[in-house]
Ligand binder design. Structure first.
Ligand code: DAH
Length: 344
């Protein structure tokens, strides 16, 4: 029996030493040490041994078992180590590699300009007002002193939803809406940024949809000099301290007198260049003193109250400020274009 045990030990150790797969190692463990394993099998014969032999053989059997167990656990440890090592190798990180940058968004140049314009006017005590983009003919035209069949309507053909409802062609309807809400007495000092729509062809300087910023100030003794001072301050903050303005006579049905406002060309400083078409000036907005008919329509008595108004195109301001030569860049989401404004 002792020989049998020694032979079993020798065989088991040789086989176990040669193993290099954890699964096979486990199979061998079951084969030799398991409940139905070979060692148990041999020990079952112990019942036939004499009382003197039994402890001796028992001791041998224990030695065989612990020899086999020792090799198994050494192997298990080895496999564990190998596995950890190969996992670490697979997960190895080269800390010297340069980092992969996360793409970072930026504010669209148009939003940026709108925000900037809002900030400047808020700084001068203006409040932001809003109005609907789908507007009635009354607010978009009639209340602004543009009765039906007025020739000035031609310049602002729009998208009509019904004969009387249209996509607003200008932010000016917010003037009358604001005045009416202010009950004919309180002073008004608002700007209204927003989308406007026109039946225009799309080209480098026209789009069927663009943005305007309307301004309206109503109170007692509001004069043209207030308009000029306000706009002068705005242009300096928007285009730089050397930006001067000039007012040219113009016509808008809702203002009298009306002016067009130019800023001196910040590219050439006024000497004439391609941007200002050699004139030294860039047109930036329309403005004027609120027409008495519009004041009346808004519920204000023109004998007591006066006011000024202005309206500018946000895209135009952004194009001038950043030297953009095609309005379509704002809407086509070309990454090459938008990326240039990151971090400005
Ligand atoms: N609404 C005019 C337009 O779309 C711009 C404008 C001009 C607005 C003069 C005004 C203004 O408030 O006083 O062309």
């Amino acid at each position: 029996m002792k020989d049998k045990l020694e032979a079993l030990k020798a065989e088991a150790l040789t086989k176990l030493q040669a193993v290099n797969d954890p699964q096979i190692l486990n199979d061998l463990r079951v084969k030799y040490l398991g409940k139905k394993g070979e060692l148990t099998e041999v020990l079952r014969g112990m019942g036939g041994l004499s009382a003197e032999e039994r402890p001796v053989i028992g001791q041998v059997a224990n030695l065989v078992r612990s020899a086999i167990e020792e090799v198994i656990s050494a192997k298990q440890e080895l496999f564990q180590q190998q596995e950890t090592e190969s996992r670490l190798n697979a997960e190895k990180v080269d800390v010297t590699l340069p980092g992969r940058g996360l793409p970072q968004g930026g504010i669209h140049p148009l939003s940026r300009v709108l925000q900037e314009i809002e900030d400047i006017f808020i700084g001068m005590g203006f409040r932001i007002a809003e109005g609907p983009e789908v507007e009635t003919d009354y607010y978009n035209f009639e209340a602004l002193n543009l009765p039906k069949n007025h020739p000035a309507r031609d310049m602002q053909d729009s998208f009509y939803i019904t004969d009387d409802i249209l996509m607003r062609t200008q932010t000016s309807p917010v003037q009358v809406r604001t005045m009416q809400a202010a009950n004919g007495e309180s002073p008004v000092k608002i700007i209204c940024p927003g989308k406007v729509f026109r039946r225009d062809d799309d080209d480098a300087t026209h789009s069927f949809q663009f943005h305007q910023i309307e301004g309206l100030v109503i109170g007692r003794n509001i004069r043209m000099s207030d308009l000029k001072g306000t706009l002068q301050q705005f242009t300096k903050e928007m285009f730089g301290p050397s930006a001067g303005i000039r007012l040219r006579p113009s016509f808008f049905p809702f203002t009298e007198p009306s002016v067009e406002v130019d800023v001196n060309c910040f590219k050439c400083g006024g000497s004439g260049c391609r941007l200002c078409k050699q004139s030294g000036w860039l047109e930036i907005l329309g403005a004027g003193m609120v027409h008495p008919n519009v004041l009346r329509m808004g519920g204000y008595d023109p004998e007591v109250y006066s006011g000024f108004a202005f309206g500018m195109g946000a895209e135009r301001i952004a194009m001038l400020k950043y030297g953009i030569d095609d309005i379509r860049y704002f809407y086509t989401n070309d990454m090459g274009f938008v990326k240039q404004f990151k971090g400005i």
